[in-house]
Ligand binder design. Structure first.
Ligand SMILES: Cc1cc2nc3c(=O)[nH]c(=O)nc-3n(C[C@H](O)[C@H](O)[C@H](O)COP(=O)(O)O)c2cc1C
Length: 311
């Protein structure tokens, strides 16, 4: 047997962006990045996705907004954020001061114009590698149906965003659909440079004693290890449907999870809920992934992408 490679090559590339490894902190679970800089070496991560940004600041939903479930977590934060302009003024300069930190800006809106205006604001700032479009939002101009669950709305919002975006565009797909392959193709045809999935699954929890919902919003999004097998299946189906890179996520906590998502077709991964029970989970994962590759004699991690054997 050949000796284990001293330093496995963890580098990957998505949407034309080179990352030192495939581990990216997921939106909404890592603040704006700067809040983690005292406990996580941000430059050791593949990258980080800032909390979802809108054209105006938002206060989010009333509490309770989080609830732990079997192997997972429910959240209905309601996309609380400081707004795109405040992100440029108050958060981005600190991130820019850190060398070798790849920052993605996650964007949402309730109309197509909201998305485009938010992108136009962010186009003015330096130090953002790409935009990630969160399409799991109700389209108020079309009866409140989520952009990401209606092919026509998805096509429209991605086309509009691509037209104004000065940076590569990643479309973060909603898993609350019948055919993820169809939605991935719609995003690709509309100009997406990559797709990321999954966002949270619509879910709820009830307190039988009080007969009340556990979350004030009643329904919420489920994430964490509970969703991993479904997320893997969706990444597999999406990756087979498109030529653009796929960024996979949903319940990743260990290096073997990263490897599984890559075998299913992901070029990179994101880690969300894990940061809630271990705030340094993202950096730990990078270290453990290096060790995993050494032990398994994986010289170039990116060679795993799409490597699932099915016969
Ligand atoms: C508390 C919380 C807040 C989130 N906020 C956002 C957000 O602002 N934008 C977004 O696109 N996804 C958001 N997500 C979804 C995550 O980025 C990720 O897609 C999902 O949690 C699945 O990954 P995980 O199982 O590793 O957490 C949020 C998730 C959680 C748990």
């Amino acid at each position: 047997m050949s000796p284990a490679p001293a330093t496995p090559d963890l580098r990957v590339s998505v949407a034309g962006i080179d990352l030192k490894n495939p581990v990216i902190a997921a939106s909404g679970t890592f603040g704006y990045g700067v809040e983690f800089e005292d406990i996580v070496h941000l430059d050791r991560l593949g990258g980080l996705v800032a909390k979802g940004l809108s054209r105006e600041p938002m206060t989010g939903n009333p509490p309770p907004r989080l609830y732990e479930t079997a192997a997972g977590m429910l959240n209905a934060i309601g996309l609380q954020n400081i707004g795109a302009q405040a992100f440029l003024d108050e958060k981005l300069p600190a991130l820019r001061a850190r060398k070798n930190v790849v920052v993605f800006a996650n964007i949402f809106g309730y109309t197509r114009a909201d998305y485009e205006r938010t992108i136009e604001i962010l186009n003015q700032g330096d130090g953002i590698a790409a935009y990630e479009l969160n399409v799991s939002c109700p389209n108020t101009a079309h009866g409140g149906i989520q952009f990401g669950t209606d092919p026509h709305s998805l096509d429209e919002v991605v086309r509009g965003a691509k037209r104004v975006a000065a940076r590569p565009l990643i479309v973060k797909l909603s898993p609350n659909v019948t055919s993820i392959a169809l939605m991935a193709r719609v995003a690709e045809d509309a100009g997406a440079d990559a797709v990321s999935l999954v966002n949270t699954f619509l879910a709820m929890a009830i307190d039988a004693e009080t007969r009340r919902p556990r979350i004030a919003n009643v329904t919420a999004g489920l994430s964490g290890p509970a969703v991993k097998p479904i997320a893997l299946r969706m990444v597999y189906e999406a990756a087979r449907a498109v030529k653009i890179p796929v960024i996979g996520m949903g319940g990743i906590v260990a290096p073997v999870d990263v490897v599984e998502f890559m075998l299913a077709g992901a070029s990179a991964v994101q880690v969300g809920t894990a940061s809630y029970y271990d705030p340094v989970a993202t950096e730990r994962l990078v270290e453990e992934l290096t060790e995993y590759c050494r032990e398994h004699r994986i010289e170039r991690l990116r060679d795993l992408t799409g490597g699932l054997l099915t016969d």
